[in-house]
Write a protein that binds this ligand. Sequence first.
Ligand SMILES: [Zn+2]
Length: 476
Amino acid sequence: MNGGDVNDVVLVGFDVHAIQAYVFAPIRPIDISGGSWLLERFGRDVRTRIERDHGGRTVYVGGGNGMFVLPELAVARRAADEIERLFAKCTKGGAICSAAVGVGPDFQVARRELAAALHARKNGRWLEEATVDLRSPEPPGSLCQACGREPPVSDPDRVGDRSERIGEQCRVRRQAGRTDEPAVPGLVELAFARDLEALLEPPAADGAGDRSSRALAVLYLDADRAGERIAGFDTADALREFAEALQGGVRTATATALDERGLQRRVMVPVIGGDDVLLIAEASVAAGLLASLWDGLDAEVGARPGPTAGLTFSAGLAVADRFVPIGVMVGAARDALHDAKHATYLARQAGGPPQPHVHAVSLGGVRRSGGTGTLFGGSIPRGHWGFGAHCSAPTVEETARAIAGVSATQRSGLLADLTATGELRSLTIDYRAARDRSRSLADAVACAGELARACGQGSPWELLRSAIFAVELGWV
Ligand SMILES: [Zn+2]
């Protein structure tokens, strides 16, 4: 970095390390929401300070990172120090935020300098500072009961009729989770986190209650190939315009989808990245919610003229019993998103129309039909999803509707048949379909077969098995 020419572009950037590990360290939804809300509030504070106290301009801020244009180098260095201090105070050392400065004769050079400086700063700090002392000699019983990663502070915190000994980091998270401060519209739904707390209470001993309502889903979407576009912007204004359009579009689309599905206060939306969409909801609404999100993202982002035109959003979907820790589900949804993006990429390489995919996984424990692992035999293109999204037949929804028309007895027999392998499976299912006078089973098998061919799958069996799961989750 040089000493700074008056015409140089001076940038300050920050990045929160391992943001998901921080947000999802606690088990309780209220603590997860609180941590997410702290990050959101931190981003706003930084923006205000940089603009008001340092005369800077915001390029973008969101989801644990940000970039600003500062008037001069000395001011930029002070601003970077302040960002790091502010973050440490805000999370009580629960996570690390690194900030650095980049200078260059133009935006592209300054941005490369900033990326390198930020990288170096992060690497250095990983060695210097440990966020959490995992080598604590204390027995597990004397660790924070919310995250199990920090020493508890002396006085217990009351949750419902229990008291918990929690640490300083979780205490600030929980305080944030309990504030009644209005959340960003449609985002960080603290209300749902509180409702979820109640849902997570152990079920009644008599096993009463609808089992399907106990399943949760994590939906994780982000823009395909956004990185390529970002790298192409050669001025701060162009990048700002893109970031604003993308962030604003994603937020509006999310709020609209929740509104359309009547899901306000029923979905938790932790902030984990500038333009990622992460939603935690009851599993029964996940398929329709994804369809509404896709439509909304099209309307607000992809179909808008301007810098975001043509962007698509692939999706990962993880379904599990609600006693599976949310952090584990988010990890599974993130892996599923990678698979979906890969499928989207391969389809594009093959010369198909640009269309996002969804990759769905079950973590088990919900229904035996769900099993564990990939659902629907692989990633499904948006055009074959259904559930309200504009689709060309055949769709997953159609197959599930066909299965819903099959009698419960036949369905459970079919599920048993599906556990067989090879030729035997095909023979027993054909035999069962032939004996079914209502023809509904034969229709469902035909529907799954059509869908399998359309999605390039070798056999319809995984689609059929997952369609039974979809019916049990209440998707149709
Ligand atoms: Zn804790």
